[in-house]
Design a protein around this ligand. Structure first.
Ligand code: ASP
Length: 438
């Protein structure tokens, strides 16, 4: 049976003509790769500029009434170089004439930002001989600025129903007022997922410049093992704590129909990468990944008979909400409660928030502890394996690390450990050693 593969290629994979040829070879190597989503050209080397950043600069310069010819020249030169090297006949001149005219008139940055994907899409579609599908005519946002699924999926499916290959630029769509609107930065991943859903793809291949998702942050664990398989939910728990290869929101469109995402490396195509799947058999690997983040504060409060006081929790959270703050965790004891909040978010409201909690809730003791790091140990299998928690605690105690907080999410997918900031890297290393497959 013929399968349908949706593939999205990131900015590094499309940074110049050589890389675009490499991508074209990958696409052509499999006739099932018919639904292609592209980013704007990214960095060719670490000091290079992404086209999207240059376009945002172009918009800002133009809106401030300043001379934007030099930034425009850099952007134009990059596309011209790609066009010439790929030998495609595409009228960049008139596209740039329109950009020059429109950018100074557009209040929002989105039109300018979207042109990197649009132009790269046009060039690559022409190089591949693929049908160009403009998101401005197929991907729609609703009043609230969210994806209008009811309009988008049928429109995309209809535009991509024939034979051949289809190319969709990532990152943008059309809002209710008929203006170009972009997704958040890195949003071509989201477009890829939307396209996969619209065409009912068997798999969404997300081609990037890494060999998949790693079990832990490589800046802490140098040779961290790749995850071969991770579920949507596990990934969510891990991405929320940091380290990102795939945009968070890219999971949502494919999660309901259960389309797997396969993270692949354009520069190492034989590597199977990481598969993000609806469910997996934890087998011998209950812990799939470890993620974490530093710089949280814990507000500890206790009050005699707190457990009997109706509405205490609600009132604490109302106070937190009144400052526009969100909390990460809320471990509780019989007469005590702690709120874990990012230190940077808490900082401007700290004094008033404490005053309110003391004044309105009449707590007996209230302390704030800073320099807290959270480590999330994630894995579907944890709920079914005894001894996971004890392994975590033993390894941390062997490393001389004091545990300040423990929280197990209701999903039983994650155990959160709070340690001092200074123990963070060491804690991650110890837990990794205890669980990485050998
Ligand atoms: N080009 C956009 C960015 O740099 C979107 C993307 O590449 O996903 O954020």
């Amino acid at each position: 049976m013929t399968r349908r593969i949706a593939c999205k290629f990131g900015g590094t994979s499309l940074a110049d003509a050589d890389n675009i040829r490499r991508v074209a070879a990958l696409v052509e190597a499999d006739p099932q790769r018919r639904f292609i989503v592209v980013s704007a050209p990214g960095k060719r080397h670490p000091k290079d500029k992404k086209i999207t950043d240059l376009l945002l600069l172009l918009h800002e310069t133009a809106r401030n009434g300043l001379d934007f010819t030099s930034v425009l020249a850099i952007i134009r030169a990059r596309f011209e170089e790609i066009r010439a090297a790929l030998k495609v006949s595409f009228d960049l001149e008139s596209e740039f004439a329109e950009i020059v005219q429109r950018v100074p008139l557009e209040e929002s940055r989105d039109y300018a930002a979207s042109r990197g994907e649009f132009l790269n899409g046009k060039l690559i579609a022409s190089f591949l001989g693929a049908h160009f599908v403009d998101p401005a005519e197929n991907i729609f946002f609703n009043e609230a600025g969210n994806l209008d699924e009811a309009r988008t999926y049928p429109a995309l499916a209809a535009s991509m129903s024939g034979a051949g290959r289809f190319l969709v630029p990532g990152f943008y769509g059309l809002d209710v007022a008929g203006r170009i609107k972009t997704f958040p930065r890195g949003g071509s991943d989201i477009t890829g997922a939307i396209v996969a859903r619209a065409v009912e793809a068997d798999v969404y291949e997300n081609w990037t410049d890494v060999g998949g998702l790693l079990m832990a942050d490589p800046s802490i664990i140098k040779d961290a093992m790749p995850m071969r398989e991770v579920t949507y939910l596990e990934l969510r728990e891990l991405s929320y704590m940091g380290a990102q290869v795939l945009h968070d929101e890219a999971v949502f469109p494919v999660r309901d129909p259960g389309i797997p995402i396969n993270i692949r490396n354009t520069f190492d195509p034989d590597n199977p990468g990481t598969r993000i799947v609806p469910s997996r058999d934890p087998g011998g690997q209950p812990v799939v990944g470890i993620a974490g983040r530093k710089d949280f504060s814990a507000i500890h409060m206790s009050k005699a008979m707190m457990n009997r006081e109706r509405g205490f929790g609600r009132r604490v959270l109302e106070i937190v909400e009144s400052y526009g703050l969100s909390f990460e965790h809320m471990p509780t004891g019989i007469d005590s409660l702690s709120l874990i909040i990012r230190t940077a978010d808490l900082k401007p409201h700290r004094r008033n928030l404490i005053k309110d909690i003391q004044g309105l809730l009449k707590v007996d003791i209230l302390n704030v502890f800073d320099n807290l790091a959270l480590i999330a140990v994630v894995g579907t299998g944890m709920a079914y394996h005894c001894g996971i928690a004890s392994r975590i605690f033993t390894t941390l105690s062997d490393a001389g690390i004091n545990i300040r907080l423990i929280d197990q999410g209701a999903s039983e997918l994650t155990i959160i450990i709070g340690v001092e900031n200074r123990d963070f890297e060491n804690g991650v290393r110890s837990i990794y050693k205890a669980f990485a497959p050998s």
